[in-house]
Write a protein that binds this ligand. Structure first.
Ligand code: ZN
Length: 419
């Protein structure tokens, strides 16, 4: 069994919108009141309240307040839980010596929504066949029309109601039996900005290029950004000061256009990543990946055009890996990240396995030429081959098909125990 999130868009009636807004307001009020209680208890008695403490207090509050009583009790506990999690994160940051960022009071404007713990308590999903569209019953609202679809239908577990830019959404966690099947190949995958993915396997090299339509959208983003900076410059000049220039209607429209374009790119990118990760998992049983965090640190800026592409495509890398990992876990396949510090896929030679410490490749160096063994191929291909070979070593000579059965990816996807 695995858990998946399904997002439905809500289509509330005017009366239901009022009720949703009221619920959001009550939860926001509860968040601020509970936060205030934690702060004052600490100030006055140096006592740190726990989630359980606050749940007890909530029972008392509900007895006194008809406002709190009018809202589902479990969902109020979820808001307290979220506050508790905010505090846990705060304490962890303090411990690690990072900038702490104390949990904040929230204005209604900043308050995103609330959640429900168990299906049937305060909410019920009444979706159509295949969990497509249908209705969501919320206590105090009745049935709200919803649109959306579960990739893999299953049993609804928890629900979050979210408000974003004038629209309402329900994010439902569904427990389901995965239906995905994996392929039989073994390989190594190098992810890059120029070529989206290069996969090395005994069956040969596979290259997945970045989609053209993404390039076109990026062109348009650049054009809008240019016109925005022109308009901003003009406004600053007219004002005579670098800050606090008036935002004209035309500028407002341009900001809105830019935001829409970014949303469009995000959508296109997500589609592309979903399709490709699904295809890769359907083709491979075992896949070696390079962790992305390290690449992020070494990537340096460049020309503006490259910078923008890199920014947007870099963000895609993290999503791509997480999609690959969860789809692999769904299918029972194995996608595993190499330890880059040990393996150095971009510096190591796939053929002789040596690292040329004196001539390290820099980011713009796109070709791999080995001065020890004479191997010569593109940098991406070399990295993919290194990852493939590393992956084969992890399987230590066993048939891959057996190996992945033995190391079930039931644990954290992408981090199974070594065979
Ligand atoms: Zn070599």
């Amino acid at each position: 069994m695995v858990q998946r999130k399904v997002t439905y868009r809500l289509y509330p009636t005017r009366r239901q919108i009022e009720a949703l807004e009221r619920l959001r307001w009550v939860h926001c009020l509860l968040w601020n009141t509970a936060l205030d209680q934690r702060r004052s208890t600490w100030r006055e008695a140096q006592v740190s309240l726990s989630f359980a403490d606050q749940c007890k207090v909530l029972t008392g509050w509900r007895a006194q307040s008809s406002l709190l009583r009018s809202v589902n009790a479990q969902s109020e506990q979820v808001t307290l839980k979220r506050l508790d999690e905010a505090f846990q994160r705060f304490f962890r940051r303090v411990k690690r010596g990072e900038k702490p960022g104390f949990p904040r009071f929230k204005s209604l404007h900043r308050f995103k929504g609330w959640g429900y713990k168990s299906h049937g308590d305060g909410w019920r999903l009444l979706a159509g066949p295949g969990m497509k569209h249908g209705k969501l019953r919320l206590s105090g609202l009745g049935e709200v029309r919803i649109r959306g679809r579960a990739r893999t239908p299953g049993e609804p577990k928890t629900c979050e109601i979210l408000y974003r830019r004038g629209k309402w959404y329900a994010s439902v966690t569904v427990e389901c039996e995965p239906v995905r099947r994996h392929g039989e190949r073994i390989g190594g995958l190098d992810w890059g900005v120029e070529t989206f993915a290069t996969i090395a396997s005994p069956e040969g090299m596979i290259r997945i290029e970045n989609p053209r339509h993404l390039d076109r959208s990026l062109e348009r983003i650049r054009a809008v950004q240019k016109s925005i900076s022109r308009k901003e410059e003009a406004a600053k000049k007219a004002r005579g000061k670098p800050k606090g220039f008036p935002v004209s209607n035309r500028l407002k429209k341009a900001y809105e256009k830019l935001r829409r374009l970014h949303e469009k790119v995000a959508c296109q990118r997500k589609d592309f990543l979903h399709q490709n990760s699904a295809w890769i998992v359907a083709t491979f049983a075992v896949l070696g990946l390079e962790p992305l965090n390290i690449r992020g640190m070494t990537a340096s800026g460049g020309a503006y055009k490259r910078g923008l592409n890199r920014g947007i495509l870099d963000a895609a890398g993290g999503l791509f890996h997480s999609l690959l990992r969860y789809k692999a876990a769904e299918a029972g396949a194995w996608a595993m990240e190499a330890n880059t510090r040990q393996i150095k896929p971009s510096q190591r030679c796939h053929q002789c396995w040596r690292v040329d410490e004196e001539n390290k490749k820099k980011l713009p160096d796109r070709w791999h030429t080995c001065r020890f063994c004479g191997a010569s191929c593109s940098r991406d291909e070399n990295a993919a081959r290194v990852l493939w070979r590393w992956m084969e070593e992890q399987l230590s000579g066993r048939e891959p098909a057996e190996a992945w059965r033995e190391v079930s990816p039931a644990g954290l996807p992408g981090q199974p125990a070594l065979p």
